[in-house]
Design a protein around this ligand. Structure first.
Ligand code: PMP
Length: 405
């Protein structure tokens, strides 16, 4: 891979911030978009803008075809059996809420147990808490060790015939830990529980094969995969989706409406009420093309090299304290500088043109478990370079010196 050629595809990278060339290390929050995605967005509005699925005219037909082509692109990307198992949503958050509301309201009852982990993003905690409150179900949390890895034996002990659902993050956004999800799914299935994977941070870095993983649901967001914001995906097994009631009512999701009774559309349309996010879905195909053009394995290799490089470069800085040192990780490096608030470190890095995330990363319970208010998080993507990391190491060591002489 020629990284300079890849960088040239991302217009946003070529700017100065606070008088310094932008170094964008906030990729776990959202990745930048290649020109092909931007062109597809404007191209849709310039040439094809039309409502999909029910138009008799050429533009509607074209927009529908492009929209459904992305559904096939996503099916292929995660190796789902069929496109009917791919539902477009607003994001990972909405995908999880859809499952908690629809599957949860129908199948979870008083005394049932739902298992999540300490590593979860708020969007994989709160929907389950809301469901438990409504149904009188019990939320159980898999503990972690100090490296940020789940305690698998504890999970094993938690499972029983009361376990009805396991919803777990595949890769932690705060620490980068890769969870052993295949083993988790296998054990959960042995007690008859269904499993949802929060793939917001894994789909970008790891090969995903939902049939091989055998997950019942997978939720992820296009914007973390070089695609547009406001678009998410929910994969679900046909046999389960078909038993679930609609999440929202409206146009598109019906077969026939009378004032006496409404019959619902087939999957996936049953779960896509209203005019969907047509332009973003169409443009997302270009993001998937971008990934397949370089290959996830090559992208991951580059990102892993960046992570190794950063661990060494930052590790030499006095006062640098890494947070989350799991054996299996993606290119996310959380840390603190001794004696300094993460937000202050982030602001000082920004003054040098370096974009990182600071705070609790929407994982407050994880931060509480680690005894931290928050961290600074640098997350690397395909278009980042070792030179940028060296630049950050120079800035960071100057910042760290303020409190670590
Ligand atoms: N889960 C994880 C692990 C995430 O990193 C994020 C985004 N930070 C989400 C869920 C929520 O994704 P979105 O905001 O795109 O719905």
């Amino acid at each position: 891979m020629n990284i300079e050629e890849i960088r040239a595809m991302f217009p946003v990278l070529h700017q100065e911030v606070n008088g310094k060339p932008l170094i964008y290390f906030d990729n776990a929050a959202t990745t930048q978009k290649p020109q092909s995605v931007l062109d597809a967005l404007t191209g849709y509005y310039e040439h094809d803008n039309s409502n999909i699925h029910r138009g008799a005219h050429t533009l509607a037909d074209r927009a529908t075809r492009f929209y459904e082509e992305t559904r096939e692109g996503v099916r292929d990307f995660i190796n789902a059996k069929e496109t009917a198992e791919v539902i477009f949503t607003k994001g990972t958050t909405e995908s999880i809420n859809l499952v908690a509301s629809s599957y949860g309201r129908k199948f979870i009852t008083k005394g049932d147990e739902i298992i999540i982990s300490t590593l979860e993003h708020h969007s994989n905690i709160v929907p389950w808490q809301m469901l438990c409150e409504e149904k009188g179900a019990i939320l159980k949390v898999i503990p972690i060790n100090d490296r940020g890895e789940i305690l698998f034996e504890e999970f094993d002990k938690m499972l029983s015939d009361r376990t009805k659902f396991v919803s777990i993050v595949h890769v932690s956004n705060a620490l980068g830990t890769i969870n052993p999800v295949k083993k988790i799914i296998k054990l959960a299935h042995q007690v008859g529980a269904k499993v949802l994977l929060d793939g917001a941070q894994s789909t970008n870095h790891l090969e995903i094969d939902v049939q091989d993983l055998d997950c019942d649901f997978l939720a992820f967001s296009a914007h973390k995969l070089y695609g547009p914001t406001g678009l998410g995906i929910l994969y679900g097994k046909r046999s389960i989706l078909e038993t679930m009631p609609p999440y929202q009512g409206g146009g598109e999701m019906i077969k026939e409406v009378t004032f006496a009774k409404t019959t619902y559309n087939d999957i996936p349309f049953k779960f896509e009420a209203g005019t969907p996010n047509i332009a973003d879905v169409i443009a997302f195909q270009k993001a998937l093309d971008f990934i397949s053009c370089f290959g996830k394995a090559n992208i991951k290799k580059h990102e892993d090299e960046l992570l190794d490089h950063a661990n060494i470069a930052f590790g030499q800085i006095k006062g640098f304290v890494p947070v989350g040192t799991a054996a299996e990780k993606v290119s996310v490096l959380s840390f603190n500088i001794m004696g300094m608030h993460p937000f202050d470190v982030g602001v000082m890095l920004d003054a040098n043109g370096i974009a990182v995330r600071t705070g609790h990363h929407c994982t407050q319970p994880l931060m509480q478990r680690l005894g931290l208010e928050g961290t600074v998080r640098a997350s690397f993507s395909v278009y980042n370079t070792k030179k940028e990391i060296d630049q950050m190491a120079i800035s960071l060591s100057k910042i760290a010196k303020i409190k670590n002489k």
